[in-house]
Design a protein around this ligand. Sequence first.
Ligand SMILES: C[S@@+](CC[C@H](N)C(=O)[O-])C[C@H]1O[C@@H](n2cnc3c(N)ncnc32)[C@H](O)[C@@H]1O
Length: 396
Amino acid sequence: MDDTDTLPEALAEEIRARVFGLGFIRLTQTLTREGRPFRISLRPVRVKGEALTQAEMRDGAQSQTRNLSEPAARKGLEEILAQRGKRELHLVTAEGDLHVRVTKRGRPLVSRGRPKAAGAPPPPAAHDRVKRQPLTDFDAAPLLRVLGIAADDGTIRASMRGKYDQVNALLRAVEPLLPEAPPPSFTVVDCGCGKAYLTLALQRFLTLAKGWPDVRVLGIDRNPDVVAAARAQAQALGVEGAVSFQAAEIAAADWPKAPDLVMSLHACDTATDDALIAAVRSGAARILCLPCCQHELHHALTGGGPMRAVLRHGILRERLADLLTDTFRAQALRVCGYRARVMEFVSPEATGRNLLIRAERGLRPGLGEAVAEYRALCDFWGVRPYIGRLVADDAP
Ligand SMILES: C[S@@+](CC[C@H](N)C(=O)[O-])C[C@H]1O[C@@H](n2cnc3c(N)ncnc32)[C@H](O)[C@@H]1O
């Protein structure tokens, strides 16, 4: 180490002034420590009316968050500025971005970005609880640019704001399924991956934010055009070795054995069931499913007697069919030895189809009680759903 390792004083002074000045949004420093990614970030928050600085430290898979008063935050910033060796600093303020990459030889390479435009993510609001955005846990700029969510200058395109929020919501939804410690390798299959926004975002998040060493993702989609576009995006990001795609029907695709996670996100109608069936048959450890439009039971529900009053109304029939379809799916997963939970994914204001199914293998498959419940449900509604392929003798 020598003195050239530290930042020039004028630059350090500018960073201090901007972190404690108006319009500060975030400062992040990333480096590698003992072979693990190490990241520290500061951002302003307001807790019970008091303006504080939130410091978040991630050391490999461990993370720690503290809210600091100004003197403690100033001390923390000095520790960041005193860091030596190869590292990157990214400062975001309303005036624009400052990016400093310090090379292995201690040379700081400085670049500056323009102020964020109207479509940029807003600075943290003054509220009591700050909602975490997984896409700010790592340098997502290249990903967002390649996906077309951000413009060349890094600002989120106004027309892509919904996609940005959706990717964050997905990353939050997947987190409870993830192992605590970084696994040596992790394989994901994304069924009906479409344009691969979520496929690529998950690979980048697990690799860059979590620091997992070997994350492989296979995206499957029957549409060869979206698969070609997704391959080009993976190449543009330089992750084509880790993220591959197959243009195939989910039911006919070539699957890895026992993937760690299978996702089925908004795959239409029974494509969701095909994904669940293939996931179970391949021995997937975890499943994340966001169902989409469902038609199967909508047509199959005939229920006479007291149910006639419900089924007469198109919207009630549709909602009932949606609820039952997901009930059958969760129960079929239970029969197959998965602990399945059905939860709300995003607020009902965003979309009425806002449920997710999260499942983890861990029960004994074929439990008599689970099978009996599944069959009783079929008999009650007089239906044999597609997902019944997972329950012996219950195929439609
Ligand atoms: C609504 S898009 C969702 C894309 C992506 N998962 C997302 O959430 O942004 C559904 C995708 O599933 C694909 N798909 C539908 N049925 C399929 C099937 N049986 N096999 C493979 N792909 C299918 C479609 O081609 C389409 O790209």
